[in-house]
Design a binder for this molecule. Sequence first.
Ligand SMILES: [Zn+2]
Length: 468
Amino acid sequence: MQMPKSNFSEWYNEILEIAQVIDKRYNVKGCYVWMPFGFQIRRLVFDKLRTLLNETGHQETLFPELIPEDQLLKESEHVKGFEDEVYWVTHGGLTKLDVKLALRPTSETIIYPMFKLWVRNHADLPLKVYQIVNTFRYETKHTRPLIRDREISTFKEAHCVHANLDDAEKEMKIIQEVYSKFWDALAVPVMVVKRPEWDKFPGADYTISFDTVMPDGKTLQIATSHNLGTKFSKTFDITYEKEDGEHEYPYITCHGISGRAIAAMIAHHGDENGLVLPPEFAPIQIVIVPIVFKESKEEVMKKAEEIKEMLSGYRVVLDDRELTPGNKYYYWETKGVPIRIEIGPRDIENNQVVLVRRDTKEKRVVPLAEMREAVRSLMNEIYEYIKQKAEKEQLEKIEIVESIEHAKQLENKPVVLKARLCSEACAKQMENQLAFEFRGILVDEPADGLCIVCKKEAKHWGIFSKAY
Ligand SMILES: [Zn+2]
């Protein structure tokens, strides 16, 4: 079966179902089921993130899900950003609760009252924790698995307390490096942008976002990092004693990545036959398909077992089901298994195996003695190939525009605009004239030349797109 990727929305829904990643049939809108195969992808991806965070001194933790109403409402700017999306628990059994409890839309107001108890003096800082939990948001826009959920089943949020602004800024850089490594491993291309004042996280001093360009030309925000300054430490009365005995409000930063990471990985690499996965995140990395005929069945199966043993250390399946090889190929292709090994009587005779790549479908005949090494290098080739392909496809969707008229001509195209800007004011002026949204300025790429709007000197590259 062929699933054309040109209709991305349909393709995306179909692939989640056929590859058995997510079942969308649960009868609460915006709540989806991770199927066993999808759950394994989720585990591999988020374990990678765990490793990267642990290596940089972040400690995993787990906080409760319920927030008393007054605690959620404490930081006014923050609550304004979430008030129309909060789910409330109002009853315990038949009894009406004295205090309404919110299901966390995010955990600042859960974690920071505890930080008040934990942070005492400068020796307690920095304090860097994270948790991987579910959160709830009553989304009114069109829901879509892993992209816009009402129960976000997978949300990694890190919350860090720092003695001063310098340390907070250092942490923003550390997280940018951690996230860059993570996206690199997933082979997902990103643009790192600083969000404009009007689009930052509610309550933050500023927000850095990682956006990726999906196959339909829309951008998807796949990670955020916020410098909250001292606003939340003041609201929740978190102070620490400095070496000189003075008390000071610490700086707080917080950093999120959700299941959208998996949506982006699937969207970038998948094709008309199903998933294509970077080998590191493929639940099954190699499938062995024996080509059996009645008279040689026993011999072929024995060799297939032998091959499986030779590949110890990889996640390998030997498909010995009573199906035609063609059916097996199709089945494992949908699941994005990076390498298929075919072994038949003629291969045994020649002391060889056939390796087939999932990404390019290319076949390679390899002497059995060289198989393990060939598999190892093929895994790297697959990763490099899909990474470069995704980067190239993303780059092709980004159009540099030199005038508003030029930008207008692209309004119905699946593209992202990149324009020279001097200020957020000019960005706003441009946004008001277009069907594109201003996403922010590129963080690591200064611009020279003239601002597209006012023609004064430009400092930044601005990104304009249609966004999920
Ligand atoms: Zn300007």
